[in-house]
Design a protein around this ligand. Structure first.
Ligand code: IVH
Length: 675
């Protein structure tokens, strides 16, 4: 039996963890380092395991997803979840507001405007401040119970916050996935050979409508509240009288609400807000497809009422479509750096969202099969945010008679080796496939790699295609006479080519070589950290996961992918090949004993706010010249936080992490030390 102390401890742990979840997932402003959070979480899990009688479906430990549901139960919404009428133009918006002012018999109408988020509408019910159930919108009258999955949505409160807690509250909102999370999810899915989602909306909706909550728990879902259904028994003296108060109230209760939402004093302000948001659409973290404008005062909303399908007090102002239809002329297969065969549709050029698109991805073999895309088909193409254009669906009644289902090639189109299925991916089995090698080599010589200016990308591709280059080390064996055999290669170009290579051989710093290797997740910053720490590739190749993770900017994923590279046959071979061609840059502070005496050696800096008299890059260079390293993201590995003017949230975070914060003068004193 749990003692009163244990009961108390479990309750306080639950409250504390949920508080940290709120700081992290809703406010984006964590209070404690991950490790401390993990400790609290572990303590709670252990107590719950020891004292099963303290089980609670709303414990934060339940967010990882319990047992799968057997099927979806139906749920009848107490208040109908209406849909919205649309406006496509400002004129249509003004026509709507004319009806509003006429209906109300007054002109002074304010509107609450928020982004129309593109996800799945869900209603979440709270009883006495505790998550009771959640259901999809469905047809507005009846939806499906998805409580098991909604519990795993980390920014959704399981217990309401604050003191103004109604006895019954139905919160409505959209389950969405941020663009960046979506891209990472698709990368992860591709790597595991699992389903690729066409867009964040499908990914979010598919994840909520899953029987197994463990799947939903593994997806980065968020709930953005935009309104309420029933609200009963609110303790505050006055209950909410406007949309604005509802939104503020929901925020206080612990909900995330759409970013950018605001009160507009006139219909023109709404139109301006709409245009502004449309321009900034691509830079917002979420997909939005328009603006929703709602009459702000609830009293006015009640007076206006509903039509048979939508409120008379709210309207969706839709952005122009980011979709268009066009014909697939042919399907081409591209081979990537990791050997994955990616199908690409060559399209009859079409304008989508203001840009001409003549090519769009078909993702993989399964995506083509599921949708039955064929050469000659008319299809819907979509551009979403910054994402590469993609083919979404077939316009079936426009299918010409003579088309056949697409037969995905199981040989590599470049080297004709056999390809094999790896989950949903199809890969070329040949490690030496010229296409893989060419992509790798192009990266190797690019600005992100060794930055060999005189070595043109096209020539590298050509040399790789013809088998003259089969790995990066081969570059260092190229001779001018070989280059001059190619038509179009002049004496001057060949000279530049060879000179660039020689220059790299003599001068390339180790960090550039590390960045050039193309190890996943290792960019310039990480490469610099590694080169500062290890003397050469041999030393780096011996570093353990744990050692790597102790470095600033290196987490588990990065450490794993470094190990994977050096543990692989290709990685080991490459090191030998570099030695054989005498290309072996040195780095590290250990090779020059004197380096240890540099004033900032071993110290990690981060800069925030504006620095007098110098740019961020200059400050980084100063630190690095003196043996220190400078990073961009804050963590406990940082020794000094240099706060310039208007230093932002990093300082608050630094304080919480207990880091040393210094001003710019103290920093200049440090760099002058020993000079
Ligand atoms: S208000 C009665 N606000 O759009 C008012 N809806 O076409 C109901 N949606 O089913 C909706 N963002 O899923 C509202 N900021 C927002 C929204 C939003 C997205 C969705 C919602 C609704 C659909 C209506």
């Amino acid at each position: 039996m749990a003692s009163p102390e244990v009961v108390q401890r479990v309750q306080s742990l639950r409250a504390e963890i949920e508080h940290h979840n709120h700081r992290y997932y809703v406010l984006d402003d964590p209070l404690i380092p991950d490790l401390e959070y993990d400790k609290l979480f572990r303590e709670l899990s252990e107590l719950e395991e020891r004292y099963p009688e303290l089980d609670d479906p709303n414990s934060p430990t339940k967010r990882v997803g319990g047992e799968p549901a057997e099927g979806f139960e139906q749920y009848e919404h107490a208040l109908r979840m209406y849909s919205l009428d649309n406006a496509m133009t400002t004129d249509e918006w003004f026509a709507f507001t004319d009806r509003v002012t006429k209906g109300l018999g007054r002109e002074d109408v304010e509107y609450w405007a928020d982004p129309k988020m593109d996800g799945l509408a869900v209603e979440v019910v709270y009883e006495n401040g505790r998550f009771a159930m959640a259901a999809t919108r469905g047809d507005g009258l009846v939806g499906e119970v998805v409580s098991h999955n909604m519990r795993t949505v980390m920014n959704l409160p399981l217990v309401l916050r604050g003191s103004n807690i109604p006895t019954l509250l139905e919160v409505r909102g959209e389950v969405v996935m941020a663009d960046a999370d979506f891209e990472r999810l698709n990368e992860r899915q591709a790597a595991k050979g699992e389903k690729i989602f066409a867009n964040p909306r499908n990914a979010a909706a598919g994840s909520v409508r899953q029987l197994d909550p463990k799947v939903a728990a593994s997806r980065p879902l968020r709930f953005m509240a935009y309104g309420v259904g029933r609200v009963e028994g609110m303790p505050a003296l006055f209950s909410w009288v406007s949309q604005e108060e509802i939104m503020l109230g929901l925020r206080e209760l612990g909900f995330a609400v759409p970013p950018e939402a605001r009160l507009c004093k006139s219909r023109q302000e709404v139109a301006d807000y709409f245009n502004d948001l449309m321009e900034r659409r691509a830079s917002l973290p979420f997909e939005i497809d328009g603006v929703v404008a709602k009459v702000n005062k609830l009293e006015m909303q009640r007076a206006l009422g509903f039509t048979s399908r939508a409120p008379r007090w709210a309207l969706a102002l839709k952005f122009p479509a980011q979709q268009a239809s066009t014909r697939i002329n042919s399907i081409r297969i591209q081979v990537g750096r990791t050997g994955v065969l990616t199908p690409v549709a060559e399209l009859e050029p079409v304008r989508v969202g203001g840009v001409e698109v003549s090519r769009a991805t078909l993702h993989n073999k399964a995506y083509i099969a599921e949708n039955d895309f064929r050469e000659g088909d008319t299809v819907v193409v979509q551009r979403a945010g910054d994402v590469i254009p993609q083919v979404v669906s077939v316009v079936e009644d426009k299918r010409p008679e003579n088309t056949v289902p697409y037969d995905f090639p199981m040989t590599c189109p470049v080297c004709h080796s056999e390809a094999y299925e790896d989950g949903e991916a199809v890969r070329c089995s040949n490690d030496k496939c010229p296409a893989k090698v060419a992509k790798w080599l192009v990266h190797f010589v690019s600005k992100a790699g060794l930055d060999m200016e005189g070595v043109g990308r096209r020539w590298v591709e050509k040399l790789a295609d013809e088998g003259k280059l089969s790995n990066p080390a081969d570059l260092f064996t190229l001779r001018k006479t070989t280059l001059l055999q190619y038509e179009g290669m002049g004496d001057k170009s060949a000279e530049n080519f060879i000179q660039s290579i020689d220059k790299a051989r003599l001068e390339a710093p180790l960090w550039r070589l590390i960045a050039a290797l193309g190890i996943r997740h290792v960019g310039e910053q990480t490469a610099k950290t590694l080169a500062d720490t290890y003397e050469d590739l041999d030393a780096l190749s011996l570093a353990t996961r744990e050692e790597l993770q102790d470095l600033p900017d290196v987490g588990e994923t990065v450490a794993n992918s470094i190990r994977e590279f050096f543990d692989g046959e290709a990685g080991k071979l490459l090191l030998e090949q570099f030695k054989a061609v005498d290309f072996w840059p040195k780095g590290g502070k250990s090779d020059a004993e004197g380096a240890k005496d540099l004033p900032l050696s071993g110290k990690t800096f981060i800069f925030t706010g504006s620095l007098p008299d110098m740019s961020r890059n200059q400050a980084h260079a100063l630190v690095e010249e003196r043996g220190g390293s400078a990073v961009k993201s804050i963590s406990r590995k940082v020794d000094y936080v240099v706060a310039g003017e208007k230093a932002g949230s990093k300082v608050a975070k630094a304080e919480k992490l207990g880091l040393t914060i210094i001003d710019f003068d103290a920093f200049t004193d440090m760099i002058r030390e020993g000079e």
